[in-house]
Design a protein around this ligand. Structure first.
Ligand code: ADP
Ligand code: ADP
Length: 239
């Protein structure tokens, strides 16, 4: 059963076609690794799926429902921003550069979506956020500001912030490529454990060994299209 379906997605920037008809399904519990050269449109594809910007044309369906604010001809459907915000919580996004609010502590960063979009009380939001920080091993860093945390810890806060909204799918955009090498492992471990819980996810990564271990499907991206897709064993011969 497809959780996320992308149909014929196109995106141009200043007349340059960056996505040229991307099409795929992500099934429930599937872990899809996306590999491809820099500049091939991987990030753009994730941003469109996360509803952070509109596609020029094409469709995105979440659990069988059309989402986003453009119709198939690229016309604006005039969804209120509030409705987009509600759709966005279903799709967790983790960026290369964490994107935490610097003036908020770790727990406040995780609480924000709960109080602002879900309308959950401050008290309950704090409890849920603490619970999620615990799951990523950061319960004793809750009152730290991002600047007081390592890159690996900041990225784990960012993962907690997405997870606390109870998304149907998690998107990771090169989640370890901004980290010092010694901090990569702790973040990959959190992602791997999440995969083991059956979370549906798409991970754009250059960590080939990680992709081989965790993904059950590999997608090769180049020049704004999917050039190959298949089981990890097809792509990586050596264990
Ligand atoms: P990847 O994630 O595979 O490295 P991106 O999706 O980041 O690729 O970028 C694909 C192409 O789109 C690049 O040529 C990039 O310069 C361009 N691009 C991405 N975002 C924008 C933007 N907001 N404005 C203009 N060009 C962009
Ligand atoms: P216009 O009505 O001028 O075409 P849009 O509705 O396309 O404007 O976009 C206005 C803003 O709303 C965008 O900058 C973007 O932040 C957000 N937005 C619009 N469509 C989408 C979408 N499909 N997914 C996510 N955000 C969107």
């Amino acid at each position: 059963q497809a959780v996320l379906q992308v149909k014929d997605l196109h995106k141009n920037y200043n007349g340059n076609a960056v996505l040229k008809g991307v099409q795929f399904d992500v099934d429930k519990g599937q872990v899809k690794a996306v590999l491809g050269p820099s500049g091939s449109g991987k990030s753009t594809m994730l941003r469109l799926m996360a509803l952070l910007e509109p596609a020029d044309s094409g469709e995105i369906h979440l659990k069988g429902r059309r989402i986003g604010s453009k119709d198939h001809k690229g016309h604006t459907l005039h969804l209120p921003e509030r409705q987009l915000a509600v759709q966005r919580q279903e799709i967790g996004m983790v960026f290369q550069r964490f994107n935490l609010f610097p003036h908020l502590t770790a727990v406040r960063n995780v609480m924000l979506g709960l109080t602002s979009v879900k309308g959950i009380s401050h008290h309950e939001a704090r409890a849920q956020a603490m619970d999620m920080l615990k799951k990523v091993g950061l319960e004793n860093r809750a009152s730290h500001f991002p600047s007081e945390l390592s890159g690996g810890q900041q990225q784990r806060v960012a993962i907690a912030r997405a997870l606390v909204l109870n998304p149907s799918v998690m998107l990771f955009d090169e989640p370890t490529s901004a980290l010092d090498p010694e901090l990569v492992g702790e973040v990959l471990e959190v992602i791997e454990r999440l995969a083991e819980t059956g979370m549906t996810m798409i991970v754009v990564t250059h960590e080939v060994r990680f992709a081989r271990r965790v993904a059950n499907e590999v997608t090769l991206f180049d020049g704004g299209v999917i050039v190959e897709q298949g089981a990890p064993e097809q792509f990586f011969d050596n264990p």
